[in-house]
Design a protein around this ligand. Structure first.
Ligand SMILES: [Zn+2]
Ligand SMILES: [Zn+2]
Length: 140
């Protein structure tokens, strides 16, 4: 296999995931950009201390999530049946949305590369503290 063939195979990697009840599933091609988000909106949306968000182009082979506007800049998607949070879609980003890492079938492959919303980082959260930190002024 030459370098071009390896590149084509890497680009064609398909990842899958879905909600807890199984009504909603998705497909992602290629390698998502992955980051921690420490903003308080992601905390509330995930019921957790922070979110881990792989961002990519996503397709929904069956039923799509319900989307709800969560701020003037973004919508969040969730399973309308049992409520699993699935996505964060920023209006300004057209070709990709963020998915919650825990909804991927193989989340261990998706290691975060940086932090976002770092000024809202909870002091007792130790994950990823050695990674780059970016901030956001967005709060709603
Ligand atoms: Zn569901
Ligand atoms: Zn966030």
């Amino acid at each position: 296999m030459n370098t071009a063939e390896i590149a084509i195979r890497a680009a064609a990697v398909e990842r899958t995931g879905g909600c807890l009840c199984g009504k909603i599933s998705y497909r992602v091609m290629g390698d998502p950009r992955v980051h921690y988000c420490h903003c308080d909106m992601c905390r509330r949306a995930t019921d957790s201390a922070f979110a881990v968000l792989p961002s990519a182009g996503v397709s929904w082979p069956g039923k799509e999530p319900y989307f709800r506007r969560s701020s003037p800049l973004a919508k969040r998607g969730f399973c309308g049946e049992y409520g699993s949070p699935l996505t964060l879609a920023c209006d300004a980003v057209v070709n990709e949305i963020a998915l919650h890492v825990g909804t991927f079938d193989n989340p261990a492959e998706l290691e975060p590369q940086y932090n976002y919303g770092s000024s809202q980082h909870l002091s007792w959260v130790r994950c990823g503290t050695d990674l780059p930190h970016l901030d956001t002024a967005e709060r709603w």
